[in-house]
Design a protein. Structure first.
Length: 350
């Protein structure tokens, strides 16, 4: 079975082709994928401009589809199913991918399925050289989402904890902006942190000892702002690097300690870290060290698949099809769900 996946939830346009054996649960094979990032376009505005994002998706999605078909040496007629990101995300951006996916499927008389963006992320490590095994604990750190999920199987997810305000990615980006690091802020802050001393500033670890698996990063953001004001209008490069390092360490400490607490409560032996923040080197270093001491295996997507991409959407569609839980949209009619809890996935998508 050949699945075309389309991702357009925010500021990356992704298209991919995945092949799977519908009669088994063997890991699907990624045949080709292409990705266009809008970072350069949004950089001038210091963040994503939704209208510009939507218009750029319109320009990119069909050429990218042609590109992946050419790379895989396949034709549109070879496609058996189309999968697209139905939510969550920016409404206008989602509508572009949904419209193209449903139109293609209708023209080909093939089924089309809406995929939850976060499900794509948490299944993405199955495309890596070291895929996880069910059940596993998932730390989802993607954009405005920071969640801990128990993943029993495809379409079987239990929310253990989530952010009650800012997500980890937002804490990275907003702190970077306060430090004058530009856009995208997270990677810039992480790079600067490598030159700094994390012990130079004392920053809070919100909810670290709350006894719950929920997260909160708004207080950390406020503490960073306070330190930035103390540094004045012309801080030294070293003080900025030190504050970047302290900020990163505070975020990573919370993510790792909450993950370890979730592992203790669930007794799971596999962890998946997915989403853009999952590419952070300090997070990987500390989590690998702590889990290694406990004989717990940590799994990550390939670095190229940490950000939003079409491969994870095609993969999620394929894995659902293999298990008989892919629900095609009736009459190729579609809607998008900008706000969509993962726990409500199957009921909302039907």
């Amino acid at each position: 079975m050949l699945i075309l996946g389309i991702e357009s939830s925010c500021d990356e346009t992704g298209v991919a082709l995945v092949r799977c054996d519908i009669a088994s649960t063997a890991t699907p094979m990624l045949l080709a994928h292409a990705l266009h990032s809008q970072v350069a376009m949004h950089e001038a505005y210091g963040g994503v401009v939704p209208e510009l994002a939507s218009r750029d998706h319109i320009r990119r999605v069909l050429p990218l589809t042609t590109q992946v078909l050419r790379e895989a040496q396949l034709a549109l007629a070879d496609i058996d199913m189309v999968a697209f990101t139905q939510g969550p995300g920016l409404a206008g951006a989602l509508l572009v991918g949904a419209g193209v996916a449903c139109s293609l499927a209708a023209a080909l008389n093939k089924p089309v399925v809406g995929i939850h963006h976060l499900e794509g992320h948490l299944l993405s490590p199955f495309l890596s050289a070291d895929p996880p095994e069910f059940p596993f604990l998932a730390l989802l750190v993607s954009g405005g989402h920071t969640q801990l999920m128990q993943v029993n199987e495809v379409a079987s997810y239990e929310l253990l904890g989530e952010t009650i305000d800012d997500a980890a990615g937002e804490a990275f980006d907003k702190s970077a902006k306060m430090l004058g690091l530009g856009y995208p802020g997270g990677p810039a802050l992480a790079n600067l942190a490598e030159q700094g001393d994390a012990s130079a500033f004392r920053l809070p670890r919100p909810l670290l000892h709350s006894g719950t698996l929920d997260f909160s990063f708004a207080g950390l953001k406020t503490a960073v702002r306070t330190q930035v004001l103390k540094l004045g209008d012309d801080p030294s490069p070293q003080s900025k690097a030190d504050l970047a390092a302290a900020t990163q360490q505070a975020i990573v400490d919370v993510l790792v300690r909450k993950t370890l607490a979730a592992l203790r409560s669930t007794r799971l032996k596999h962890v998946v870290v997915a989403g853009g923040v999952g590419a952070n080197r300090e997070l990987r270093r500390l989590l690998n060290m702590e889990c290694g001491q406990r004989q717990i295996k940590v799994h990550y997507p390939e670095l190229a698949l940490c950000t939003d991409n079409g491969a994870m959407i095609a993969l999620a569609g394929a894995m659902r099809a293999q298990r008989g839980v892919a629900t095609p949209l009736a009459h190729h009619a579609f809607s998008v769900l900008p706000r969509w809890p993962l726990a409500d996935f199957d009921s909302a998508a039907a």
